[in-house]
Design a protein around this ligand. Structure first.
Ligand code: PLP
Length: 400
């Protein structure tokens, strides 16, 4: 046991106040930016959204970024841009959030689920071949927790079978794979700025691509399918005239939200360093506990550390995951579970006939995973409290 963990272990305490699973950093700069937008008189999509898109392109190193009002909207528009049709199939992991598969269903297309790797919890590229049919049009890899999937294998498979790759990077800002920034790798990459994400606009999303036609189409569809620049039609340089090019959606981001994004993006690297330090403290704090498997990450990538997911070694414990989560709550530590795999949900079971044994890794892992708090606002004391709480529960419930 290291000196740090020994010290923590000895100092077995329960916090006086509840440590939430997540809390965003909203400082004076964000508040001032929102006040400025409110005072400007321009609340909806305008100059701040364009500024956020430009800054995002620069940060990622991509050619086009289209801001929308959620990560789900970004995924939906990405599939529309590549021309997904009813009856098509899209391969995606079972270990993800509702949105990844739901957007496929919007088209009357079929989400075909693939099991996860047991250690990284990312989609197992070895499962792609079995999921492929003549109807497959695209793959949506999800960078679970902020660790990039094996994009070399996924892109290789996609190119071999003429499939598009839409990356679900809701967790992966900033993240990279073999030196390439997530957001510049697949055909289109979709980010989320939901309240719990690594940077937030409350609700928001961004789609990045190198393809100008796809970017134009996403931008056009994001605002009722009307010819672009319609957003400035109420400004001095705008015009009342617009044309509807296609039925679209109401997915535009507001300037009120975008100004938060501009300020948060400036702090993205700083937030990231803090998350890295918390992950390293957890790694060290649990290193000597065989009851806790800490996250496994591959070399040569940058992990965004949106999530820190431990796996309980249940055969070494006298309590199950539900009881472990409850014990953490009693010690005033908030947690979550990412994810209940899609194949376990009633809709996917009854519609597609998915069974637990079809996804043996995700099914086994699901009973053991707990997401611990990891966010820049946590103090060193908060991090130590989490380590101490996990360690004392393990101590109390270890099988002897
Ligand atoms: C993996 C994943 N994909 C997509 C989304 C959807 O993002 P949003 O909530 O911004 O629509 C989420 C949100 O939590 C997510 O975790």
């Amino acid at each position: 046991m290291s000196n740090l963990t020994a010290a923590i272990h000895k100092y077995d305490r329960t916090r006086e106040n509840f440590l939430p699973f997540h809390s965003p950093v909203i400082g004076e700069r964000e508040i001032a930016a929102v006040v400025e937008v409110l005072k400007s008189g321009w609340l909806t999509t305008g100059a701040k959204v364009r500024e956020f898109e430009r800054d995002f392109c620069r940060f990622i190193g991509c050619s086009h970024a289209v801001a929308v009002n959620s990560g789900t909207a970004a995924l939906h528009l990405a599939l529309a841009a590549i021309g997904l049709q009813a009856g098509d199939e899209v391969i995606l992991p079972t270990m993800t959030f509702a949105a990844t598969a739901e957007v496929v269903l919007y088209f009357g297309a079929k989400p075909v689920l693939v099991d996860c790797e047991p250690d990284t919890l990312n989609m197992d590229p070895a499962g792609l071949a079995a999921a492929l049919t003549t109807k497959t049009r695209a793959i949506i890899p999800v960078h679970f927790g902020g660790q990039s999937c094996d994009m070399e294998r996924i892109l290789g498979f996609a190119r071999e079978h003429d499939l598009r790759v839409i990356e679900d990077a809701a967790h992966a800002l900033p993240s990279s794979f073999h030196g390439r920034r997530v957001g510049t790798i697949g055909d289109i990459t979709c980010f989320s700025f939901y309240a719990t994400k690594t940077i937030t606009t409350g609700e928001g999303g961004m789609a990045t691509t190198e393809n100008p036609q796809w970017a134009d189409k996403m931008r056009m569809l994001s605002l009722h399918g009307i010819s672009h620049d319609a957003w400035n039609r109420y400004s001095a340089e705008g015009s009342w005239y617009y044309e509807i090019l296609s039925p679209g959606f109401k997915y535009n981001l507001t300037d009120v939200a975008a100004c938060l994004g501009v300020e948060q993006l400036k702090q993205c690297n700083e937030f990231h360093s803090r998350r890295q330090r918390i992950a390293a403290a957890y790694d060290m704090g649990f290193a000597d506990l065989p009851e806790i498997q800490t996250p496994v990450y591959r070399s040569d990538l940058e992990h965004a550390w949106h999530l820190y997911v431990i796996q309980l070694q249940l055969d070494r414990l006298r309590i199950d995951r539900r009881e472990f989560v409850e014990a953490l709550r009693e010690k005033n530590i908030g947690t979550s579970v990412h994810f209940i795999p899609l194949h376990r949900h009633p809709y996917y079971r009854s519609t597609f006939g998915y069974r637990p044994e079809d996804f043996s890794n995700a099914s086994a892992v699901f009973d053991r995973i707990i997401s611990l708090p990891i966010y820049p606002k946590m103090s060193d004391g908060d991090v130590e409290d989490v380590i101490a709480a996990v360690r004392s529960i393990v101590e109390e419930s270890r099988r002897r």
